[in-house]
Design a protein around this ligand. Structure first.
Ligand SMILES: [Zn+2]
Length: 131
């Protein structure tokens, strides 16, 4: 991937994961340039199909385009950072990211956004005013 595309996507995201909103400065692992629609499913490498993602979100998402809403059991598409607004699908509170829609719930669960280590990290960042 060209460095200028990588820098553009990173800057557009303000250095935060576009799924879980973690600042890259707070993570122990480098962030990834993520294909929202994976190449396996025909996604290209244009900026409109790319987002900045922490390694945990990227690796848990893998090539998935959808998952199951844990509340309804329905199959739904995952959150799309270019086409949807984060606050329309998620809420943040006390270290947790809560899905407020079927898309938000399915994405938060599949990407493992609320592991105990992530909740603890978000609480610490929140106390420092960095989240
Ligand atoms: Zn993330």
């Amino acid at each position: 991937m060209a460095k200028d595309v990588r820098d553009f996507v990173r800057t557009r995201a303000d250095g935060r994961c576009e799924y879980c909103r973690l600042p890259e400065t707070a993570d122990e692992w480098p962030f990834h340039l993520e294909h929202i629609v994976s190449r396996q499913h025909g996604g290209d490498s244009e900026p409109e199909n790319l987002c900045w993602a922490c390694s945990r979100c990227n690796l848990n998402k893998g090539p998935n385009l959808g998952s199951i809403d844990p509340t309804s059991g329905d199959s739904v598409l995952l959150f799309h950072p270019r086409r949807q607004i984060w606050a329309d699908h998620f809420q943040y509170g006390d270290g947790r990211i809560v899905g407020t829609t079927p898309i938000g719930r399915a994405t938060a669960r599949l990407l493992g956004m609320n592991t105990s280590s992530r909740i603890e990290l978000r609480r610490r960042l929140s106390e420092l005013g960095e989240l």
